[in-house]
Design a protein around this ligand. Structure first.
Ligand code: NAG
Ligand code: NAG
Ligand code: NAG
Ligand code: NAG
Ligand code: NAG
Ligand code: NAG
Length: 249
């Protein structure tokens, strides 16, 4: 009898603990870890996740640092990478992702994303890789990507992005790879390449660009690959194949 009531009490204690703990975590004031958790939960909430990839794995019982596709810094529990390539997520990218202030890598390649690229991604000032290719993203490339001054890869090919290539790309001095091919981008190619000395891969092909090739492209010291479609579709052409050795006509 006494044993049974002890057991019941113990059970009650566990239940109380389970209900009180999350509340205590919230009331302890918000730190960066809480912000990252909120951002990941907001991200998940906007995706229909038809195969239940996140539903089955991104569970409250596990630290988000162990969630599928999430990497954290060792010292602090802050998200440094969110990489879910080839995962059918279906939905739009939550603007809360802009709160993952320690993020270095965002790779959502081929994940059936729709909607627009949130301007809030421009807050991710540590970001090195922004890879959202092979999705159905529409709307403009937000001018705020110009704030991502440490960005090395901007890979947005095979989406439905429209509008101009933003002038703000000129601020991406560390850019190595820029791939915007197969979108609906229009207008002239902006003169942004005087300031991107490390650019080695540039593909703007299969868009609706017109005008001349910016002179800066011809003098990029590291450039190895340049989509030839941008050359053949634009006139007059300021470049000769000898300037870009890998260019095949
Ligand atoms: C942030 O808060 C969580 C609980 O809300 C705690 O587990 C974690 O240790 C805190 N991190 C820092 C760096 O204070
Ligand atoms: C994305 O959706 C299309 C059509 O809805 C489908 O054919 C394709 O396999 C999907 N891709 C992924 C990675 O789920
Ligand atoms: C995070 O981002 C959202 C949307 O961009 C914003 O409303 C929210 O206040 C931000 N801050 C925190 C701490 O979650
Ligand atoms: C994104 O992830 C895919 C799959 O792991 C990888 O092949 C690709 O190189 C990554 N993209 C970038 C720009 O790092
Ligand atoms: C980010 O970029 C936008 C548009 O270029 C600019 O108006 C804004 O001041 C920038 N924000 C920060 C925090 O640098
Ligand atoms: C060019 O883009 C169109 C849609 O904008 C697409 O249907 C076509 O497959 C693309 N061509 C190549 C060679 O990528």
């Amino acid at each position: 009898m006494q044993h049974a009531s002890y057991k019941a009490l113990h059970l009650l204690h566990l239940v109380l603990l389970a209900t009180v703990l999350p509340a205590a975590a919230v009331s302890s004031g918000s730190n960066g870890t809480d912000t990252d958790l909120d951002a990941l939960l907001a991200f998940k909430a906007q995706l229909s996740d038809p195969l239940g990839v996140l539903r089955g794995n991104w569970t409250p019982g596990t630290s988000f640092c162990h969630w599928l596709g999430v990497s954290c810094s060792q010292r602090r529990e802050r998200v440094t990478a969110l990489a879910l390539p080839n995962t059918p997520l279906h939905g739009s990218i939550s603007p809360y992702i802009g709160n993952l202030s320690f993020l270095y890598v965002l790779n959502l390649t081929n994940s059936n994303l729709t909607g627009t690229i949130p301007a809030e991604l421009g807050w991710l000032h540590r970001l090195r890789v922004l890879a959202l290719p092979w999705n159905s993203l529409s709307g403009y490339i937000p001018a705020t990507v110009g704030n991502l001054t440490r960005l090395e890869s901007l890979v947005l090919l095979e989406n439905s992005l429209s509008g101009l290539i933003p002038d703000e790309l000129k601020d991406l001095q560390n850019l190595r790879r820029l791939d915007l091919q197969t979108n609906h981008l229009s207008g002239k190619i902006p003169e942004v390449f005087n300031n991107t000395p490390y650019l080695s891969y540039l593909n703007l092909g299969n868009n609706s660009l017109w005008g001349t090739i910016p002179v800066g492209i011809g003098s990029l010291p590291m450039l190895q690959i340049l989509s030839c479609k941008i050359i053949t579709s634009l006139a007059p052409c300021l470049l000769t194949p000898s300037i870009i050795p890998s260019c095949k006509f």
